[in-house]
Design a protein around this ligand. Structure first.
Ligand SMILES: [Zn+2]
Length: 324
């Protein structure tokens, strides 16, 4: 599939595999997947709010009317992949995720995400800007019925689907969903296409290793967590970004720059125009944290403020000059 086909809705990828895509793939605009076997199907991820997930569940009915969803796999714990879970739980669907992802899918975490749109100042302004289209209220945190670690094969109506834990990378509990007989991979947010990846967990070296694992797989089609359906060339592009940022950050750390000076001084070059370029702030922070465990680990909301500032978000305060 070329990026020309990157339109909202259901895409038939052949071999009983589908994707539900949500352009433009920026903050919160995530993709889901659907794998059919004999008389049943498996869904990969839900969406960021209940309305979007309802729209998807209605939109996939041409498939699910004959192949009802019996399994939902969450590729990781992030809200834009899990906040629709409660709608599936009502339908007698078994939900699976890694144990590390499950630990983060709490009501407290869901409420914190909803509250960010009410935050004062730059953080709130940025959150209202990027999360404005989503209704984050009233989410009942719905974690998995069953967790796994490492690798697990499951049967979906007579065909094998493999779940492969690769996190911590993007988040602590990332997993890939491989459909071997279709040579197709649902990569979750281990793959961002057309936008900047963000290493909330890392270490980034583990993320690069996960991309190498994908490059070694017998797959042709890759559905990213955000962006158009892709292949291995897009994996290589993302790998190159992560290696570049890691090298640039490490050099600045060795030169004695603090983390904020490092963030401010990195020239992203050919990646400067990539959407969400401000996620560089978290990626550099992640490299510094690996090199020096005493580097503070601000919560996600504090990091969002730095990202807003780096992207020149209107009204953003300058990046605070905390020594790293
Ligand atoms: Zn996501």
């Amino acid at each position: 599939m070329s990026t020309l086909d990157y339109r909202r809705g259901l895409h038939d990828l052949g071999d009983g595999c589908h994707a539900w895509l949500q352009p433009d793939g920026s903050w919160g605009w995530s993709n889901s997947g659907l794998v059919t076997g004999s008389g049943v199907s498996l869904m990969v991820d839900t969406l960021f709010d209940l309305a979007l997930t309802r729209e998807m569940l209605e939109g996939v009915r041409p498939v699910t009317d004959h192949h009802p969803v019996r399994t939902l796999v969450n590729t990781h714990s992030d809200p834009d992949h899990t906040f629709g879970n409660q709608l599936l739980a009502r339908r007698d669907v078994e939900i699976l995720a890694t144990a590390a992802a499950a630990a983060l899918m709490t009501q407290e975490a869901a409420d914190a995400v909803a509250s960010v749109k009410h935050a004062p100042g730059t953080l709130g302004d940025f959150a209202r800007h990027v999360f404005g289209p989503f209704d984050l209220e009233g989410i009942t945190a719905t974690g998995p019925d069953r967790t796994f670690e490492g690798e697990e094969s499951i049967d979906v109506g007579g065909r094998e689907v493999r779940l492969i834990q690769v996190g911590p990378a993007h988040t602590p509990g990332d997993a890939l969903v491989l459909v071997p007989d279709a040579r197709l991979l649902y990569a979750g947010d281990v793959m961002f296409v057309g936008g900047t990846p963000i290493a909330w967990a890392g270490p980034i070296d583990r993320w690069v290793a996960a991309l190498d694992l994908i490059l070694d797989m017998d797959v042709v089609t890759i559905v990213p967590g955000h962006g158009p359906v892709s292949g291995k060339s897009e994996v290589s592009v993302m790998r190159e970004y992560l290696v570049y940022v890691t090298d640039e950050a490490r050099r600045r750390y060795e030169d004695g720059l603090d983390v904020d000076d490092a963030i401010a001084s990195i020239d992203l070059g050919k990646w400067a125009d990539l959407p969400e370029a401000g996620r560089l702030a978290q990626n550099v922070l992640n490299v510094y944290q690996q090199l020096d465990p005493s580097v503070p680990r601000p919560d996600r909301l504090s990091v969002l403020t730095k990202i807003a500032a780096l992207e020149g978000f209107e009204g953003a305060d300058p990046v605070p000059a905390s020594r790293g």
